[in-house]
Design a protein around this ligand. Structure first.
Ligand code: TRP
Length: 457
């Protein structure tokens, strides 16, 4: 059996080298394994919690989709979609909200951190906190549970959210007495490198020390690499590889032999400028071909859109039936349509006995007949019995039947043409039937009857 692995990518910001090495590259590698059924999605509903800048959200959503595709994500192999294209997710969010203890959400790290900051600043505990931030873990639980994901690879800061998703799933399963949801497991990639940023601290948007992956092109990458902080050792002086960001970043791209050679060069006293040049070249070996794909993709947003919509259809084929099952279980079953009984006619006889009869069907109808040697014809009668159309003769009664069927489907699309003192109904450019007379009234009746026939189907 395949393991379903699901992860979301919040669509804020522009991907940097740390995102690539720490998240994108390992996720794509994992998605290629035969035993993995991978789901990747753009968490754009989550992005709304962090930003109300519509243009930025839209831009970032596009850039992040293009980044993953350029980095080698195969949309035919994985299910790649946008959270906001899956209406089942917000629907499930509400169902989960109704079984989630408010106290559980009070303990969420992100919310608590906001409260702590407010308290420290002497503000109201909830100042500036939206209900969106508060509900963040429930939305995330819905992302995961809607697809019965077994494993959720995330960064350490997200571990609590996966634990909450398990709690919420268990609570729902318990209340409704059935294992509706798979309990997801968190996966933390231990071996994955966290890259140092320009200043040596962990590369992160919040430290403003990132090296862009594609933004700014090759020039942007070069400028950033040249700004990586080094110590003041001059060319010729031996450098300590283990305390050098250059070496750490180099290793994230190179194999063992290349890394050993770079390490030796540092020990041998290579100048920092030259070391940066070597690092840049090594990164470019991997990044340049991806950047080219990225530029092609981003130049045609319609192509990305299509990939995402196909992904959404794949995703909804799973979430749709699941949410329907859940609706049924929690009491939101869609009752079968109540069929209105046919109208009846009540008559009272002279002796006082009452008779109830079904009223005659008030719909237009066809009547076929044999017209001597001419062949088979049919008439169309209006609901009130008025004759509306007489068909041309057909040698084969089946052909006449097929034609009736086609007329039934026409509705407003019927082509009607005045021809002398009758109206002609045309199909495929040929007159197939005509009215007994012309005139606006006849035309109106005929149109009404055709529409009644079409809506009946
Ligand atoms: N909150 C995650 C993050 O910031 C993104 C995310 C949203 C996610 N929904 C998810 C990750 C579901 C895994 C599963 O990284």
């Amino acid at each position: 059996m395949q393991t379903r692995v699901l992860t979301g990518i919040t669509t804020t910001g522009t991907p940097h080298l740390g995102n690539y090495v720490g998240a994108i590259r390992p996720a794509i590698a994992a998605s290629r394994r035969a035993d993995v059924d991978a789901f990747f999605f753009l968490a754009d509903y989550h992005a709304l919690i962090k930003s109300d800048d519509a243009a930025r959200i839209e831009r970032s959503r596009l850039e992040i989709a293009a980044t993953w595709l350029a980095a080698g994500l195969d949309p035919a192999r994985v299910t790649f979609y946008r959270q906001s294209d899956i209406p089942e997710i917000p629907e499930l969010t509400w169902f989960l909200t109704c079984v989630t203890a408010k106290g559980l959400l009070n303990r969420a790290h992100a919310y608590k951190a906001a409260v702590d900051r407010n308290t420290e600043a002497g503000e109201d505990a909830d100042a500036g906190v939206t209900a969106g931030l508060y509900m963040y873990p429930v939305l995330m639980a819905a992302d995961i549970l809607a697809f019965d994901a077994h494993q959720v690879p995330v960064g350490r800061d997200q571990i609590q959210h996966i634990e909450m998703a398990r709690d919420i799933a268990q609570r729902f399963n318990h209340i409704h007495g059935r294992d509706f949801f798979v309990l997801p497991e968190v996966v933390i990639e231990e071996q994955v490198a966290t890259l140092p940023g320009l200043d040596g601290r962990k590369m992160s948007k919040s430290y403003d020390n990132t090296i862009p992956l594609f933004a700014g092109g090759a020039k942007g990458l070069r400028e950033a690499v040249m700004r990586i902080v080094t110590d003041s050792r001059a060319p010729g002086e031996p450098k300590d590889p283990d305390s050098s960001s250059l070496y750490t970043i180099f290793r994230a791209f190179a194999d063992a032999a290349e890394s050993a050679a770079f390490r030796q060069a540092l020990l041998d006293g290579i100048g920092w400028g030259e070391a940066k040049q070597r690092l840049l070249e090594r990164i470019e070996t991997d990044v340049a071909p991806m950047r080219e794909r990225y530029e092609t993709l981003i130049a045609k947003p319609a192509g990305i859109e299509e990939i995402l919509r196909t992904g959404a259809a794949k995703a909804r084929a799973i979430a749709g039936p699941k949410i329907r099952e859940i609706r049924d279980a929690i009491g939101l079953r869609k009752a079968p349509l109540v069929v209105t009984p046919p109208p009846v006619q009540v008559t009272t006889s002279a002796e006082g006995s009452v008779a109830i009869k079904a009223k005659p069907h008030k719909l237009p109808r066809f009547a076929s007949f044999r017209d001597g040697d001419a062949g088979f014809r049919f008439r169309l009668f209006a609901a009130d019995g008025e004759e509306l159309l007489l068909s041309m003769p057909f040698a084969d009664p089946k052909a006449a039947g097929v034609l009736q069927q086609r007329i039934r489907q026409l509705g407003r699309a019927a082509v009607l043409r005045e021809d002398g003192d009758t109206l002609v109904l045309e199909l495929d450019g040929e007159a197939v039937a005509r009215t007994p007379q012309a005139g606006d009234e006849v035309l109106a009746h005929l149109r009404e009857a055709l529409e009644q026939l079409a809506t009946q189907d």
